[in-house]
Write a protein that binds this ligand. Structure first.
Ligand code: ADP
Ligand code: MG
Length: 852
């Protein structure tokens, strides 16, 4: 066993790797999990003459970086931190003689952005590249750029078990392609979705049931259970251990938050049979020997932009089919295996084929800030491995502007530089920095912790219970922010030691409150590392200080009530919304930490939650450069009139305005017309007669160009017409009854009216009708005449023509009930042909009418 690393499949291609490096300097290596990529390739490289310097191996996960370093150190017979070491967030186990470094992605990205020459590094290995984290995408772009500019000798190796090799090869051109085979036994896959009654039980109970079934069936070997996170892993272990079938098994967790010892225990082989309950770190990064049964919960935690909070959130989501395939493979490493999937085959088919890359799903502001800090202030020109959505780029850019991290030119500010030092979403970085300045860091860290986790405070629906809860929490809290209510609730929860029952009585979820506290503690540690003062300090006006920090972090969510007493608001960036009913805030101006779009009866309502009252003066204090004054003539939809005002704006939000007398009449007509053309105001005189007139004008313009009649078809023409109608007016009341037809007719000269009447007549005489038949013109240029079938007897087809003899009328022949019986553009042909059938049909139903 100890020498198994000498004979791994990867060694069969070692020669190819070395020659590939010699000819191209870049390699894409695909080989199945367990074939020796992560442990062997760094050693092959370090021994190769082509590599001048250290080998840095990028790992998407901290846990994997540490375990791999440990394994490779062992294989090379050294201690960790000597020849082999690792660097992860908050841990640096390397020494002066370290030649192979396993690092997490963020570490390398920060290094390469700071020093693109990567001094001392001979090769960079991108392991598990298929995970496509944003940081590894960025790192590979940066590494390639270094090779093309300052480091032509730097070697790049990209490897994974499930690579889209063509895409990568194209990106890295020129590069060598190496593939290795793996040892793989067949795995029988079963879907337990229906059998386990999937809606009834949480995923850990179903996993435990699958475990029991496997034991009862007598399936041999160790088991590996996949769960999304630490919480579900703990629940699964409890559920498995509660079963008598677990006797004889050692049940062990494996995830990133465990102590190194506990992690080592999970992957080392022992005497007893094992059940390892792991996150997707065991999907491809870590090989666990001896696993014969995989039980797959089918979920993973993934990062995604959360529009409600305006930051990235970690969500539990179903894994893709590709990912499920990898997990299945874990059961076939040492012999034939079994994979039990806790979902149904139908659900499987409905899952995504593969995961979307992070660059397409997360908020990019942290990334853009990092790039800006490295002097890359035009992210659209960056050589992305995969381009982000332009909308996502713009959104991130705007946020950084609003947070004061970038200036108008897109360059990083002093504040931005400080923010970039925090491995945190810029919103939180900004809030913590502001809190440091104002001496309220512990409180603001707690608020950040509260707003990142699950919501933990919810009052009861029962009126009596609710009254008691409110009395103890909300009535005691400062009413200037919904966060103050949460802080009050949190302190009560802590006083109750987060006890579930005691907290429940207050409407608090004790476990989530405890987690929020943990997150806050981590944030404070982080702040401390950045040199901030994290001590508690009882300062006067604490509430105001905290509120200003919230304003700093959420100024892009500033809202102003339309009026006192209403919950409807206007917001910066041209949005509008409605403050949630349950908010305690009643100030006219506030920032909302949560924005949720909800569709009610086809109308999108934007609900604003977690509000904090702010004052005008604070805006001036924090964002002195974001104000503008100006005179504005605008249409006020609530007054339905045009007004001239002088306004004071914060960004695009009007904070105050005063009337400035009579608006300019030309401008007023323009604004009113725009409302009419957009369909928001309605002119009573704009009726069917007007529309038909316009259609006739357009008909002539189209078919008889010699008449030189201008069309009235685009919005601009309509806008001009309506402006004429509205001229001199300021309000809707003045325009709504104004005559329309006369003005519309003036669009063309009196001589041209002659052409309209002759080339596009409104009606036409038919000999057998008492009054003329109307001609209907359509926007597509066709013209119709409709009348009773009998009215067309003796009418020569050649007389049914308009448009200066160029356009044959379409004839709609109506049955006696006035319904169309036939449509033709060739009346003579109709009589000779189809008429026979029509006649037979109609004459039978209407015998009293004349049928020739
Ligand atoms: P890959 O990166 O291709 O998935 P690794 O290099 O991680 O493969 O592992 C290669 C082989 O080395 C595994 O199949 C396993 O046999 C062995 N191995 C790796 N890590 C350990 C470890 N911590 N303990 C025991 N064996 C290990
Ligand atoms: Mg590996």
């Amino acid at each position: 066993m100890s020498d198994s690393h000498l004979t791994l499949p990867i060694h069969a291609v070692a020669e190819q790797i070395v020659t590939g490096l010699a000819t191209h300097g870049r390699i894409v290596l695909s080989a199945p999990t367990g074939s020796g990529k992560s442990t062997q390739v760094p050693q092959i490289l370090i021994d190769a003459a082509q590599v001048q310097g250290d080998v840095v191996v990028l790992q998407p996960r901290r846990l994997a970086a540490r375990l791999l370093a440990k394994r490779v150190a062992q294989e090379r017979g050294c201690k960790l931190g000597e020849e082999v070491g690792y660097q992860i967030r908050f841990e640096n186990v390397v020494g002066p003689n370290t030649r192979i470094r396993f690092v997490t992605e963020a570490i390398l990205l920060r290094q390469i952005l700071q020093d693109p020459t990567l001094k001392g590094v001979g090769a960079v290995v991108f392991d598990e590249f298929h995970e496509r984290h944003l940081t590894s995408d960025l790192s590979i772009s940066c590494a390639l750029k270094s090779v093309q500019t300052v480091r032509p000798d730097l070697k790049i190796v990209v490897m994974s078990a499930t690579l889209d090799v063509d895409l990568l090869e194209g990106y890295l051109q020129p590069c060598a392609r190496v593939e290795a085979s793996g040892r793989m036994y067949p795995v029988e896959t079963r879907y337990l979705g229906a059998a386990l009654n999937r809606d009834a039980a949480p995923v850990w109970s179903r996993a435990a049931a699958a475990f029991r079934a496997a034991v009862r069936e007598g399936i041999e070997g160790d088991m590996l259970i996949f769960m999304p996170g630490a919480f579900e892993i703990r629940k699964t272990i409890e559920a498995v251990q509660a079963m008598p079938e677990s006797r004889g098994y050692e049940v062990l967790p494996l995830h990133g938050e465990l102590s190194p010892d506990a992690q080592d225990r999970a992957v080392s082989s022992g005497a007893r049979r094992k059940v390892i309950v792991s996150t997707n770190v065991a999907e491809t990064s870590i090989t666990i020997e001896g696993v014969r049964v995989v039980i797959d919960g089918g979920q993973a935690r993934i990062a995604r932009y959360d529009a409600r909070r305006g930051v990235n959130s970690i969500l539990v989501e179903p894994i893709s089919r590709a990912s499920a395939e990898q997990r299945t493979g874990r059961a076939g490493r040492t012999g034939p295996g079994t994979c039990l999937r806790l979902w149904s085959e139908a659900e499987h088919a409905a899952r995504a084929e593969r995961d979307e890359a992070e660059v397409k799903r997360v908020d990019l502001s942290e990334t853009l800030l990092l790039l800006a800090a490295a002097g890359i202030s035009q992210p659209e020109t960056f050589a992305w491995f995969e381009l982000p959505e332009p909308k996502a780029l713009a959104r991130a850019h705007d946020l950084l502007l609003d947070l004061g991290a970038l200036n108008a030119a897109g360059a990083i500010t002093a504040m931005g530089r400080k923010m970039a030092g925090f491995p945190l979403h810029p919103r939180y970085a900004r809030m913590l920095l502001e809190a440091d300045r104002r001496g309220v860091l512990p409180e603001v860290a707690l608020i950040a912790g509260l707003s990142q986790g699950r919501s933990f405070y919810r009052v009861s629906r029962d009126a009596r219970v609710r009254k008691e809860q409110l009395r103890q929490v909300e009535d005691q809290a400062d009413q200037r922010s919904d966060f103050f209510v949460q802080l009050q609730a949190w302190h009560l929860a802590r006083a109750a030691k987060f006890n579930a029952n005691a907290c429940g009585a207050l409407g608090i979820h004790g476990g989530s409150a405890r987690q929020a506290g943990d997150t806050a503690r981590q944030l404070l540690q982080l702040a401390q590392r950045q040199g901030l003062d994290t001590r508690e300090a009882a300062l006067p006006d604490e509430a105001e200080r905290i509120a200003k920090c919230l304003l700093a972090g959420f100024s892009d969510h500033l809202a102003k009530r339309n009026d006192t007493g209403t919950r409807r608001c206007r917001m910066v960036h041209g949005r509008s919304g409605e403050l949630r009913r349950e908010s305690v805030v009643d100030a006219p101006l506030f920032v909302a930490a949560e924005i949720e779009e909800r569709e009610v009866r086809r109308e999108v309502t934007v609900l604003l939650g977690m509000a904090t009252a702010v004052e005008f003066a604070w805006l001036e204090e924090l964002f002195p450069d974001d104000f503008s004054d100006g005179n504005q003539t605008t249409y006020d939809p609530s007054l339905r009139r045009v007004v001239a005002r002088s306004e004071r704006r914060f960004r695009d939000l009007v904070l105050s305005s005063t009337d400035q007398g009579e608006p300019d009449l030309d401008r007023a007509a323009e604004l009113l017309a725009a409302e009419v053309v957009a369909g928001r105001l309605n002119l009573k005189g704009w009726d069917a007669v007007v529309e038909n007139w316009i259609l006739r004008v357009n008909f002539v313009a189209r078919h008889c160009p010699d008449a030189e009649v201008p069309e009235i078809d685009d919005e601009e023409a309509r806008q001009l017409l309506v402006e004429q109608i509205c001229h001199g007016a300021l309000s809707y009341k003045e325009i709504k009854d104004r005559p329309v037809l006369a003005t519309v007719k003036e669009w063309i000269s009196p001589e041209q009216h002659y052409y309209i009447d002759t080339y596009a007549p409104a009606e036409m005489e038919l000999p057998r009708r008492r009054n003329p038949a109307r001609i209907r013109y359509e926007a597509d240029g066709r013209a119709f005449i409709a009348s009773k079938l009998q009215d067309f007897y003796d009418v020569p087809g050649s007389s049914l023509i308009v448009g200066n003899g160029k356009v044959q009328l379409l004839v709609e022949l109506l049955a006696p009930n006035q319904r169309p019986a036939h449509l033709t553009d060739d009346l003579d042909g109709f009589w000779a042909g189809a008429y026979q059938h029509v006649r037979k049909d109609l004459a039978g139903r209407y015998p009293k009418h004349e049928w020739r």
